[in-house]
Design a protein around this ligand. Sequence first.
Ligand code: ZN
Ligand code: ZN
Length: 615
Amino acid sequence: MRNLALHHTALDCGFENCLLCELGFLFDMLEKAEGQNCQATNFLRNFSRQPDAAALGLLEEHAASASLTVMIQNMARFLLKSVADNYRFLESSSPHMDMAIATTGLATKRCAHCGFEHAQDYSTYCHDLVYPPKQNKHSPRSARQYFSQILKASVESHDQQRGWCPKCNAYRALSARKAVKSLPAVMLLNAATHNNDAKQLWATPSFLPREIGIIVNDGQIYCYEGQDLKLHLQRRMYDITVYELVGVVADINSGEHQKPHLVATIDVSHMSRDTSQEESWHLFNDFLVRKTSQEEALRFDPGWKLPSVLTYQVKTLSHAVDDTWLKHLDTSVLYRSPTTQNPSFRPLSNTAEVPTAGTPCPIDAEFVQLLREEIDVKADGTREVVRPARRGLARVSVLRGAGPDEGVPFIDDYIAINDPIDDYLTHYSGLRPGDLTPGVSRHNVVKLKAVYKKLWVLLNLGCVFVGHGLASDFRIINIHVPRTQVVDTLLLFSLASRSRRNLSLRFLAWFLLQEEIQHNAELGHDSIEDARTALRLWRKYQEFVDAGVLERMLDEIFRRGREVQFRPPEREGEVGGGGPVTPGGSAPGTPRRKAVGIAGGTPARMEFGSPLRER
Ligand code: ZN
Ligand code: ZN
């Protein structure tokens, strides 16, 4: 699934609600984060917007009292069906997704009224386990039930449903007989345990086999486990496919102090690139991920822990991590030229300006507030954040970071936000009502996915993002950028041992570049200006490093910063809201003079200043 999702996401999929693309973004983020925390914010937002998700009762807010097992089973089926549809959207004739997740076959349906039979191809993405009928208590010792028998019966199950009979020209009760053609590489089984007998089965020690061998022959399947499987493998008589258990979702319901909840236990070794990795079971619950033993992972107890969904995967596909999608990354989204009235904007040329590994991309993003922070003030006066504020990405600007057009933006997208906007945060974002409304805005308003895709493509081309305080921006954008691909001026100009204070872009621009930015509180920030400023600060930083004066400059920044409370002083005669005094003037002891003074004994390049300073 990971391979197919990334393969798909690397293509030019313009479908805004594509869950498969979101899965690709999510898989890529998890891999790049290498074990650091990730939030599935964008995936979940997209999921909750799927028209069917609410109708099927997959969202907690619409199904507060639903059984968690039923929810996760429906969710698994819905997710697989959706991604299969999304996959076909771009590659209608490719069988790869169905080979990965679908059981295919021919269902012969027979009308209970007239006996007419007609055959139809079918695809099943999840099998509901069908447990044997209740055993007679009076029969002599009932035989042990094996999982493999139940699996066979479930995959071949003959179901009764109502459907259209072409002969009767009416809806009738139809019985379906299934002839299995092929089984998927990844098989999801819904372990719906509806009665006590079925629940008791799960208490049988080692009821759930780690490995199952399956033969598909003439519409029927044959399943083997344990010694039977060993024998069949030794004989090599049939084309037998061995499946390994890779994960279990279990419903935990002890009925005591805890609310019922789901946990997933997954043997993550199968997803490892390292083929020698031993099995490695991990438990995932609502709060944490921790290592667990196979024994604990696969132990069930009808009293409090029963399986909801089981996943088996073809054994030979373990460790089959495919990264060829990177070579087929469709970059066309970068070169599409939007209609914009911004005269300083120029789309990238797909011949002369192709970004590659190491290409610097100055970036800045603006956000609006979607949901206000909810705070609970307790009796003792302490405040507790019940729900943090939720912010939404509203504008992204990316500029050329080098070359003759250095500083010229090639992305300046405003994002169409569907959710109600609580606060435009104009003072920071520079955005006002209307700016994000297509047809009303004078800006280039795009869907969130379009701009996310551009950033994701730049990321996977190996570009280096240059900006100020990017960590929080990336968190809200929901993208993970490896440290090697970030130049963050907030960290470059860290005062480190001197102070824990973070320096603002505005202060650094005033002090080091003698530039006024963000000077009009009413207009707010401008992400193009901020990104350009970060680029100049980075160049400045490189100058300091080359000249060997970085530490002295940081001392100087700290000293002067303290004098002005790390804020550019207001211009004389202006009260509040006005611009800062430009420090490059004749005021004694201005930082610029100091900077030159420090450079006195250093290479000449400092004396001449940087090209940036001459702008
Ligand atoms: Zn897609
Ligand atoms: Zn009929």
